[in-house]
Design a protein around this ligand. Structure first.
Ligand SMILES: [Cu+2]
Length: 163
């Protein structure tokens, strides 16, 4: 039989182990929040636009924009229950920077091509730069329940081979 004092020492020892584990987990969570080790979860860099004022931004006319310097940007607006534009054509083997924003409620987006997965929070711009290698047609569905028409909310990505 163990005496009282020995048992108390064991209890104290295990209590210290548990407290150290909790502190390590806490430090890990804080460290991952600071370093954003969850890659591209909210896109980067973080940018906020008042969703009622999209008409004064590049999101006023969503779609693909090719700049004079050759850089390709795509602006997509998610609103109940559609993505604008509903069909996005991008060139293959060219870096494309995709900018997504939700105009009303939280929507979600997953693009299997390019490993893009974003929660679209109203006003928060989610930005991803991807190079789509294989031409094809890919349908992307809103993956965060947003209301009665959620299941019809999708858009089509068409990756076009260079002509
Ligand atoms: Cu939605």
């Amino acid at each position: 039989m163990l005496d009282h004092h020995t048992i108390e020492r064991y209890e104290l020892g295990w209590l210290v182990v548990a407290v150290v584990m909790v502190l390590l987990m806490f430090a890990g969570v804080i460290a991952s929040m600071i370093t954003e080790t969850v890659p591209g979860m909210f896109g980067s860099p973080a940018r906020y636009i008042n969703p009622t004022q999209l008409s004064q931004t590049e999101f006023a006319a969503p779609g693909l924009k090719v700049s004079p310097d050759g850089s390709v940007n795509a602006y997509m607006v998610a609103r109940a229950f559609q993505f604008q534009p509903s069909v996005l054509r991008v060139p293959a083997n060219t870096p494309v920077t995709l900018h997504f924003i939700a105009a009303d409620v939280i929507h979600g987006l997953m693009l299997g091509q390019g490993n893009v997965n974003a929660e679209l929070i109203p006003g928060h711009v989610a930005t991803f730069t991807r190079t789509f290698k294989s031409p094809g047609t890919f349908v992307s569905q809103c993956n965060e329940y947003c209301g009665s028409g959620h299941q019809t909310m999708s858009f089509t990505l068409i990756v076009e081979a260079p002509k």
